[in-house]
Design a protein around this ligand. Structure first.
Ligand code: FPP
Ligand code: MG
Length: 339
């Protein structure tokens, strides 16, 4: 993973500069929140993927702009991602993000919702500068899909998914689509062929699916590693794979008791997170989390990501150059990530 991590590190400064420039163009009152959210320690995976696909496929027909660069395009999906986290932490009533106080706790709910809105608007405005309808269609679709995924997830809270597809649809929307779009934007900015644009899209979607599956496994890692309380998904009544595996391991009467507590208040769809209390005591949550860890359900969940990582690898099999190698290493990076 040496070359991918070196690229990731070497591009941080250019990406940060582009983020800084765009933040300065935002309404003054929300700049501090945007800065706080941007500086909270993300890896900038989405802009880096845009840059890798751009560099891999760059042609004579690449999209240019008199004063903006590929970095300015690469940060648009990061802006959307950060906006979605500002909103998500309000929806989940989360107090910590990446080991720091969540923005809505630090600055208040209303300013954070507005800062998220301003980031979405600013991202759209910046991409519109490239005067390319296709880029606009891609990012609007990414926004709609992300919102849809989150809506579906909230509607499913406290429910046991009818099948695997229900879970997969949620994570495709809430996480994979923005990653898919980041790769596609890189390919389009590069002036790539339709065949290669499709490869970028497929790579991103599959990598994004694997990213969220690994994330759902990581939810059971220690708080000091993941920067948020262990077992948040169970508390938020999200039936992710480790929780589903635990449910399947129970006897009929244990299952009945679990489902009763997991479903508590589940008719209160779209109520605020504070009102969406699960029926478990803190002690019960702790015990269940430990049982999930002991049964190695997080490790088994990581195995579910493998088929998506294999599909992502297939999308880059035709290329052979340093950028293709870095994309290959990005697959390993997602598979092995532990925070
Ligand atoms: C984090 O998931 C949340 C997301 C990946 C998506 C959030 C989307 C919205 C709030 C919809 C609005 C859409 C836009 C584009 C503004 P998580 O809660 O499982 O992860 P976490 O534990 O890191 O919070
Ligand atoms: Mg959340």
């Amino acid at each position: 993973m040496k070359e991918f991590t070196a690229f990731l590190l070497s591009e941080q400064e250019n990406i940060s500069k582009a983020l800084q420039a765009v933040t300065e163009k935002m309404p003054c009152s929300v700049q501090e929140i945007a800065r706080y959210a941007f500086l909270s320690g993300g890896k900038r995976l989405r802009p880096v993927l845009t840059l890798l696909w751009y560099n891999l496929l760059k042609t004579q027909n690449k999209i240019t702009h008199p004063s903006l660069s590929i970095y300015d395009a690469s940060i648009v999906l990061e802006m959307f991602h950060v906006a979605s986290l500002l909103h998500d932490d309000v929806l989940d009533n989360a107090e910590l993000r990446r080991g720091k106080t969540s923005s809505h706790i630090k600055f208040g709910v209303r300013p954070c919702l507005l800062a998220g809105d301003a980031l979405l608007a600013m991202g759209n405005k910046q991409m519109a500068e490239f005067q390319n309808v296709r880029l606009m269609q891609i990012i609007s679709d990414a926004l709609l899909r992300t919102a849809n995924g989150e809506i579906e997830e909230i509607q499913l809270a406290g429910k046991i998914p009818a099948d695997e597809k229900e879970y997969l649809d949620v994570i495709e929307g809430k996480t994979a689509w923005i990653i898919r779009s980041a790769c596609e934007v890189g390919a389009i900015m590069a002036g790539a062929s339709e065949e290669n644009i499709a490869r970028a899209r497929d790579f991103g979607l599959n990598l994004g699916m694997a990213f969220q599956i690994v994330d759902d496994a990581l939810d059971f890692s220690p708080e000091d590693v993941i920067g948020k309380p262990t077992g948040g998904d169970l508390r938020e009544r999200k039936c992710t794979p480790p929780i589903y595996m635990y449910l399947q391991s129970l006897t009929a009467s244990e299952k009945e008791d679990f489902i009763k507590k997991f479903q508590a208040n589940s008719n209160a769809v779209f109520e605020t997170a504070q009102n969406l209390e699960n029926g478990f005591t803190d002690e019960e949550l702790k015990i269940i989390n430990q049982k999930i860890i002991d049964a190695k359900f997080p490790e088994k969940t990581r195995e579910l990501a493998q088929s998506y990582l294999d599909k992502a690898r297939e999308s880059i099999a035709v290329f052979s150059n340093p950028y293709a190698n870095m994309l290959l290493e990005a697959i390993t990076f997602i598979k092995e990530r532990n925070k």
